[in-house]
Design a protein around this ligand. Structure first.
Ligand code: ADP
Length: 507
């Protein structure tokens, strides 16, 4: 008997997340429609979809073109749209248009997106439902009052943080340490918010220097609400996560239970539908404060998938189709430990400046406990037109120590020649005493001396010459491997050369 299901889904996204969503659709027997900007024409997610349509704009703007994407969806006759993360995933206006066109939106209701997409409105809601928020105040966009905001900062005591309530991805927020710097930071947040199209209300709140970022994965169908435990996401550069893990063994069970309960209270208050993430800051004292709700799939969802065994995208599709959660809280359990490292095309030693290039050589780690999400290929271009995250590695282990060992092995095995990446920086992070002891906070990598030390302690930050050497060594290895396959050279010989080649890489 055929299972009733969507027939065709358009994925309004690109790269690794488009491939990830396609994988679930394939396993459910659902056809997929891909869209692509000219820069992505050669990407494998375009070829792996059942149908692919070119977008008219270039770069990331292409994936924000609501009218065009909707018209492709209508013409292709899709039943639903999955937005992935980023781009239009948090656009309530797009979600509304999709629903108005009679297409299912695989995500929360647009009204919920409006309510919790604004950090200031969300803070007001938290006050009503008694979920703890950080000390601070909101200042209305209609009457930005610098003096009142400054008074608020003085009353809170420095340091404070100024945020645009619609900001995201670490953008349009500034830490202020002294009264004298307040005006400059205030104007910087306002103008950055305006430039990036946020310009919501402004929030001034107490800056917590030793806080952890811990988030709870939730799911709901409007009536029933469940959580999938926490993810620890304190390792951030420029207020953006780069290493995430679950479970978090460094805060008390009482604190974790408090956050699970608060996340469910929030889901109930807004009759949450589909999946989402409630983010909290946890102070060194163990108190936690609501930060925001991300009403969409998160990059780091893989960490939860590897510890709970639940395919979160299948869950999203199930809720969107059946309007019902497929499981109860009692059926959610987790096992072992998972860690994710985000691979960025950037140079940590140069203020994390994004890098570009052509992939000259690519070796992606494999193994029973390793999952790599990426859409990289030999000869592929890494361009400045999109986010610099080019891959993510997620590993599993019975314990944190096992997972860490698996991550180190995976990072050692991930070789990408042709552009600078943060791979060796990630290796330095996960082998550092601070990380191993779990002594991390969101502040850790904001300190330039810490970053410099991690870069210096890094085993293999390649210089230009070293990079060229890698390419030559890799090409030789490829040629030799091909000859070994033809039986022209022995596998023993290949192994010997391979070992030498690795020594070149890790020198
Ligand atoms: P975004 O929408 O960019 O994710 P958030 O408000 O969720 O913005 O904050 C992102 C990150 O900024 C947090 O994980 C944390 O590192 C930092 N941050 C935000 N608010 C504070 C605060 N009050 N004190 C210290 N750090 C903060």
């Amino acid at each position: 008997m055929a299972i009733r299901q969507f027939n065709k889904i358009l994925i309004s996204n690109r790269s690794e997340i488009a491939l990830r969503i396609q994988a679930t659709c394939k396993s459910l027997g659902i056809k997929t429609v891909a869209i692509y900007a000219p820069e992505d024409a050669q990407a494998s997610y375009v070829y792996k979809a059942d149908e692919s349509y070119a977008l008219s704009l270039r770069g990331f703007q292409a994936y924000l073109n609501q009218e065009e994407i909707l018209s492709i969806a209508c013409n292709a006759g899709v039943d639903a749209i999955h937005p992935g993360y980023g781009f239009l995933s948090e656009s309530s206006s797009f979600a509304k248009k999709v629903l108005a066109a009679g297409i299912v939106w695989i995500g929360p209701m647009p009204d919920t997106m409006v309510l919790i997409g604004d950090k200031a409105q969300a803070r007001a809601l938290m006050r009503m439902i008694n979920v703890p928020i950080n000390q601070g105040a909101e200042f209305k966009a209609v009457a930005f009052d610098l003096n009142a905001a400054k008074d608020c900062a003085q009353a809170l005591g420095y340091p404070v943080i100024i945020k645009d309530s619609l900001g995201g991805g670490g953008k349009a927020m500034r830490r202020v340490d002294h009264d004298i710097d307040f005006d400059t930071a205030w104007h910087a947040v306002l103008s950055e918010g305006k430039r990036l199209g946020f310009s919501g209300n402004i929030i001034v709140e107490k800056y917590l220097p030793n806080a952890r970022h811990i988030e709870i994965q939730i799911a709901g169908d409007g009536k029933n609400f469940i959580h999938f435990f926490e993810r620890e996401c304190s390792v951030q550069r420029k207020h953006q996560k780069i290493v995430e893990e679950a479970p978090c063994s460094f805060v008390s069970q009482e604190t974790l239970d408090g956050m699970y309960a608060a996340a469910i209270t929030i889901a109930q208050a807004v009759s949450y539908v589909n999946i989402g993430t409630v983010e909290f800051l946890v102070a060194a004292t163990g108190e936690f404060y609501f930060l925001e709700v991300n009403a969409r799939l998160q990059v780091e969802h893989s960490v939860t998938e590897l510890t709970t065994g639940v395919d979160l995208i299948a869950l999203q599709i199930h809720v969107a189709f059946n309007e019902k959660l497929p499981m109860t809280q009692q059926e959610v359990y987790r096992r072992g430990h998972a860690i994710e490292c985000r691979i960025y095309a950037e140079n940590p030693a140069n203020n994390f400046m994004p890098s570009v290039g052509t992939v000259q050589y690519l070796q992606v780690p494999r193994g029973p406990f390793v999952r790599v999400d990426h859409d990289l290929r030999h000869g592929g271009e890494i361009t400045p037109f999109f986010d610099a995250m080019i891959a993510k590695i997620t590993v599993q282990g019975a314990t944190r120590a096992h997972a860490l060992a698996n991550m180190l092995a995976a990072l050692n095995d991930f070789i990408l020649a042709g552009c600078t990446t943060n791979i060796s920086f990630l290796r330095a992070i996960i082998t550092s005493d601070v990380f191993i002891q779990g002594d991390i906070s969101t502040h850790w990598l904001l300190r330039s001396d810490v970053v410099a030390k991690l870069c210096a302690g890094d085993l293999a930050a390649p210089t230009i010459d070293q990079e060229e050497l890698i390419i030559v060594a890799a090409a030789l290895h490829e040629a030799l491997a091909a000859r070994a396959m033809m039986g022209v050279v022995g596998h023993k010989e290949l192994h010997g050369v391979s070992k030498k080649w690795k020594q070149v890489l890790w020198k």
